[in-house]
Design a protein around this ligand. Structure first.
Ligand SMILES: [Zn+2]
Length: 175
Protein backbone atom coordinates (compact mmCIF):
# COMPACT_ATOMS: atom_id res chain seq x y z
CA UNK A 1 0.00 0.00 0.00
CA UNK A 2 1.23 3.47 -0.91
CA UNK A 3 0.60 5.21 2.41
CA UNK A 4 2.59 8.38 1.67
CA UNK A 5 1.04 9.30 -1.66
CA UNK A 6 -2.21 11.15 -2.29
CA UNK A 7 -3.88 9.77 -5.41
CA UNK A 8 -6.21 12.07 -7.34
CA UNK A 9 -8.22 10.96 -10.34
CA UNK A 10 -9.38 13.64 -12.82
CA UNK A 11 -12.97 12.76 -13.62
CA UNK A 12 -14.22 15.80 -15.53
CA UNK A 13 -16.75 16.10 -17.20
CA UNK A 14 -18.99 13.27 -15.99
CA UNK A 15 -17.39 11.97 -12.79
CA UNK A 16 -16.54 8.66 -14.46
CA UNK A 17 -13.28 6.74 -14.71
CA UNK A 18 -12.24 3.42 -16.21
CA UNK A 19 -12.83 0.28 -14.16
CA UNK A 20 -9.10 -0.50 -14.49
CA UNK A 21 -8.18 2.85 -12.95
CA UNK A 22 -10.60 2.30 -10.05
CA UNK A 23 -9.26 -1.22 -9.39
CA UNK A 24 -5.65 -0.10 -9.64
CA UNK A 25 -6.20 2.79 -7.21
CA UNK A 26 -8.08 0.80 -4.57
CA UNK A 27 -5.57 -2.06 -4.72
CA UNK A 28 -2.60 0.24 -4.14
CA UNK A 29 -3.77 3.13 -1.94
CA UNK A 30 -5.61 3.27 1.37
CA UNK A 31 -9.11 4.63 0.63
CA UNK A 32 -8.45 7.79 2.65
CA UNK A 33 -5.58 8.66 0.26
CA UNK A 34 -7.79 8.62 -2.85
CA UNK A 35 -9.70 11.61 -4.22
CA UNK A 36 -11.88 12.06 -7.30
CA UNK A 37 -11.73 15.58 -8.69
CA UNK A 38 -14.29 16.72 -11.25
CA UNK A 39 -12.85 20.16 -11.97
CA UNK A 40 -13.26 21.61 -15.45
CA UNK A 41 -13.36 22.73 -18.11
CA UNK A 42 -9.82 22.15 -19.27
CA UNK A 43 -7.20 19.76 -18.03
CA UNK A 44 -4.77 22.58 -17.16
CA UNK A 45 -7.41 24.21 -14.96
CA UNK A 46 -8.17 20.85 -13.33
CA UNK A 47 -4.52 20.09 -12.54
CA UNK A 48 -3.84 23.54 -11.06
CA UNK A 49 -6.99 23.29 -8.97
CA UNK A 50 -6.03 19.84 -7.66
CA UNK A 51 -2.64 21.08 -6.53
CA UNK A 52 -3.91 24.27 -4.94
CA UNK A 53 -7.14 23.07 -3.34
CA UNK A 54 -6.52 19.41 -2.57
CA UNK A 55 -2.85 18.47 -2.51
CA UNK A 56 -0.98 21.45 -1.01
CA UNK A 57 -3.36 21.82 1.99
CA UNK A 58 -2.71 18.12 2.80
CA UNK A 59 0.36 16.64 4.48
CA UNK A 60 1.18 14.11 1.78
CA UNK A 61 4.74 14.32 0.42
CA UNK A 62 3.78 13.06 -3.05
CA UNK A 63 0.86 13.48 -5.44
CA UNK A 64 -0.22 10.87 -7.96
CA UNK A 65 -2.48 12.18 -10.72
CA UNK A 66 -4.36 9.81 -12.98
CA UNK A 67 -6.68 10.76 -15.82
CA UNK A 68 -10.07 9.11 -16.11
CA UNK A 69 -9.25 7.44 -19.45
CA UNK A 70 -6.14 5.57 -18.23
CA UNK A 71 -6.27 1.78 -17.86
CA UNK A 72 -3.36 0.95 -15.56
CA UNK A 73 -2.23 -2.55 -14.65
CA UNK A 74 0.92 -4.00 -13.03
CA UNK A 75 3.10 -2.44 -15.74
CA UNK A 76 2.34 0.99 -14.32
CA UNK A 77 3.70 0.06 -10.88
CA UNK A 78 7.26 0.85 -11.97
CA UNK A 79 6.52 4.51 -11.22
CA UNK A 80 6.66 3.62 -7.52
CA UNK A 81 10.16 2.15 -7.85
CA UNK A 82 11.79 4.72 -10.11
CA UNK A 83 13.98 7.61 -8.91
CA UNK A 84 12.92 11.14 -9.71
CA UNK A 85 10.95 14.19 -8.66
CA UNK A 86 8.42 13.81 -11.49
CA UNK A 87 7.87 10.23 -12.64
CA UNK A 88 5.51 9.66 -15.53
CA UNK A 89 4.28 6.40 -17.00
CA UNK A 90 4.58 6.10 -20.75
CA UNK A 91 1.33 5.80 -22.65
CA UNK A 92 0.16 6.15 -26.20
CA UNK A 93 -0.60 9.81 -26.77
CA UNK A 94 -2.59 11.24 -29.67
CA UNK A 95 0.59 12.75 -31.08
CA UNK A 96 3.21 10.13 -32.03
CA UNK A 97 6.06 12.59 -31.31
CA UNK A 98 4.78 13.17 -27.79
CA UNK A 99 7.19 10.77 -26.10
CA UNK A 100 10.27 11.88 -28.03
CA UNK A 101 11.52 14.55 -25.63
CA UNK A 102 13.50 12.89 -22.81
CA UNK A 103 12.72 15.79 -20.46
CA UNK A 104 8.95 15.74 -20.89
CA UNK A 105 6.57 13.25 -19.36
CA UNK A 106 2.86 13.48 -20.06
CA UNK A 107 0.63 13.68 -17.07
CA UNK A 108 -1.99 10.98 -17.64
CA UNK A 109 -0.37 8.94 -14.88
CA UNK A 110 2.29 10.79 -12.95
CA UNK A 111 3.87 10.91 -9.51
CA UNK A 112 5.14 14.31 -8.32
CA UNK A 113 6.98 15.34 -5.16
CA UNK A 114 5.56 18.22 -3.10
CA UNK A 115 8.80 20.22 -3.44
CA UNK A 116 8.19 20.63 -7.16
CA UNK A 117 4.99 22.60 -6.50
CA UNK A 118 6.62 24.67 -3.78
CA UNK A 119 9.54 25.68 -6.02
CA UNK A 120 7.62 26.47 -9.19
CA UNK A 121 5.48 29.58 -9.20
CA UNK A 122 1.81 28.88 -10.03
CA UNK A 123 0.11 28.35 -12.38
CA UNK A 124 2.02 25.10 -12.58
CA UNK A 125 0.22 23.83 -15.65
CA UNK A 126 -0.26 26.02 -18.74
CA UNK A 127 -1.28 25.16 -22.28
CA UNK A 128 0.62 27.04 -24.96
CA UNK A 129 -1.42 28.35 -27.87
CA UNK A 130 -0.52 29.93 -31.19
CA UNK A 131 -0.88 33.70 -31.39
CA UNK A 132 -4.49 33.54 -32.54
CA UNK A 133 -5.21 31.24 -29.58
CA UNK A 134 -6.70 28.93 -32.18
CA UNK A 135 -4.44 25.93 -31.80
CA UNK A 136 -2.59 24.25 -28.93
CA UNK A 137 1.16 24.29 -29.61
CA UNK A 138 2.16 22.31 -26.55
CA UNK A 139 0.29 20.66 -23.73
CA UNK A 140 0.40 21.60 -20.05
CA UNK A 141 2.79 18.71 -19.42
CA UNK A 142 5.54 20.25 -21.54
CA UNK A 143 5.50 23.65 -19.82
CA UNK A 144 5.36 22.04 -16.36
CA UNK A 145 8.32 19.76 -17.09
CA UNK A 146 10.32 22.65 -18.57
CA UNK A 147 9.80 24.77 -15.45
CA UNK A 148 10.68 21.82 -13.20
CA UNK A 149 13.85 21.12 -15.15
CA UNK A 150 14.90 24.77 -14.87
CA UNK A 151 14.63 24.37 -11.08
CA UNK A 152 16.85 21.29 -11.21
CA UNK A 153 14.21 18.62 -10.65
CA UNK A 154 14.68 15.18 -12.11
CA UNK A 155 12.10 13.97 -14.63
CA UNK A 156 11.84 10.23 -15.19
CA UNK A 157 9.81 8.00 -17.48
CA UNK A 158 8.93 4.66 -15.91
CA UNK A 159 6.42 1.93 -16.57
CA UNK A 160 3.65 1.79 -19.11
CA UNK A 161 -0.06 2.46 -18.89
CA UNK A 162 -2.63 1.42 -21.49
CA UNK A 163 -4.91 4.27 -22.37
CA UNK A 164 -8.04 4.84 -24.41
CA UNK A 165 -8.19 8.53 -25.22
CA UNK A 166 -11.60 10.10 -24.82
CA UNK A 167 -12.34 13.68 -25.73
CA UNK A 168 -12.25 16.09 -22.83
CA UNK A 169 -14.59 18.40 -24.72
CA UNK A 170 -18.32 18.12 -24.66
CA UNK A 171 -19.59 16.99 -28.03
CA UNK A 172 -22.01 19.58 -29.41
CA UNK A 173 -23.74 19.79 -32.77
CA UNK A 174 -21.34 21.03 -35.51
CA UNK A 175 -21.65 24.70 -36.43
ZN1 LIG B 1 0.91 16.18 -22.44
Amino acid sequence: MQKHIMAVCLTWPDGKLTSQAAAWLFNRFPPQNIRFACFGPGVDYARNHIVKRIFLPSNFPKLLMIDNDMRPDARADLIFKAEGDIIGALYDANNPAANADPDVVHLGLVLIRREVFLEIEPPWFEMNYDKEKARIISCECASFCRKAKEKGFKITKAGYCPHTPISRLLRLAPI
